[in-house]
Design a protein around this ligand. Structure first.
Ligand code: GSH
Length: 242
C-alpha cells in the first residue's frame, strides 16, 4: 500500500499527539497514524525521523519530518490555508497566542522537588510537578500550579474559547488539560482547576469537551486513568528515573 501524504507518529495516550490530530481534523486532512511504543521501545523509524529529541509527535509530510506539537500545528495552518483558520489573523493576537501556549507548556514553571529532569517533563507542565510529588513538595507545587492556571485564565477572559467564538490555536495547544486534569486531580486527590481557583477555565473545560471534533477524538478515560496511575506509581517509587 502506498504511504499517505501525511503521517503522524504519535502514541494513543499522548496529549501532544492528540493536539496535532485535532489540527489535522479541523483542516479535514487525511493522515495515517503510526502508534509508537514510548518511552521504552521507540521504532527505528521514529529515531531516524526525529533524532534530536526522539519524541512524538512527529508529522511527516511528503516524506519530510517535523517535530514539536505547537510547531506542527502552525505548519499545518500555514500549509493547508483553505478552510478552517487555526492561528489568529492579527499578528499581535498570533504572538499573544504563542506566548500563552509557551506559558502553559513551559517547564520553567516548575520549582524543585518534582522529577523535573525526565525527558518528557514538558508533557504536563506545572501539573506534572504536583502529580509526581508528595507531602510538602506537593503542597508547594500545588500552589504554583493553581497560580499558573489562574494566570492562564486571563488569556480567556469572558470569551467562549481562547480563539474567540470558535476553537483556535491556543484551544488546541492547551485543550488536553480539560480531559487530563480531572483525571490527575482524582488520582492524586488534589484540586487545581476548580470553581474557586479558576471558574472561567473550569467552564471552558466543559465547553471544549463538548465540541464534537474534540469529544469524538478523545482516548478512553478508563485507560488514561489506569496509565496515569501506573506512571505516577512508577515515578513515586523511583522506577522511572531521569
Ligand atoms: N514539547 C514536545 C513534547 C513531546 C513529548 O513530551 N512527547 C512525549 C510523549 S507525551 C515523548 O515522546 N516521550 C518520549 C521520551 O521522552 O523519550 C511537544 O510539544 O511535542
Amino acid at each position: 500500500m502506498a504511504e499517505k501524504e501525511v503521517r503522524l507518529f504519535g502514541m494513543w495516550a499522548s496529549p501532544f499527539a492528540l493536539k496535532v490530530e485535532w489540527a489535522l481534523k479541523l483542516k479535514g486532512i487525511e493522515y495515517e497514524y503510526v502508534n509508537e511504543d514510548i518511552p521504552f521501545n521507540k521504532s527505528d523509524e521514529l529515531l531516524r525521523l526525529n533524532p534530536v529529541t526522539q519524541k512524538i509527535p512527529v508529522l511527516v509530510h511528503n516524506g519530510k519530518p517535523l517535530a514539536e506539537s505547537l510547531i506542527i500545528i502552525e505548519y499545518i495552518d500555514d500549509t493547508w490555508t483553505e478552510g478552517y483558520s487555526i492561528m489568529p489573523k492579527d499578528p499581535y493576537d498570533r504572538a499573544q497566542a504563542r506566548f500563552w501556549a509557551k506559558f502553559a507548556d513551559d517547564k520553567d514553571n516548575l520549582s524543585e522537588g518534582a522529577f523535573v529532569s525526565w525527558t518528557s517533563v514538558e508533557c504536563i507542565s506545572a501539573t506534572f510537578g504536583v502529580f509526581t510529588s508528595l507531602g510538602e513538595a506537593q503542597q508547594k507545587m500545588l500552589q504554583e500550579a493553581r497560580e499558573a492556571f489562574k494566570t492562564l485564565e486571563q488569556a480567556l477572559g469572558s470569551k467562549q474559547f481562547f480563539g474567540g467564538d470558535q476553537i483556535g490555536y491556543l484551544d488546541l495547544a492547551i485543550g488536553w488539560f480539560a480531559f487530563w486534569m480531572p483525571i490527575f486531580e482524582e488520582i492524586a486527590s488534589i484540586s487545581i482547576v476548580d470553581n474557586e481557583n479558576a471558574p472561567l477555565l473550569k467552564e471552558w473545560f466543559a465547553r471544549i469537551l463538548d465540541v464534537d471534533m474534540i469529544k469524538t477524538s478523545l482516548p478512553p478515560r478508563d485507560k488514561i486513568y489506569e496509565l496515569s496511575k501506573q506512571r505516577r506509581e512508577q515515578f513515586l517509587s523511583g522506577q522511572i528515573k531521569p
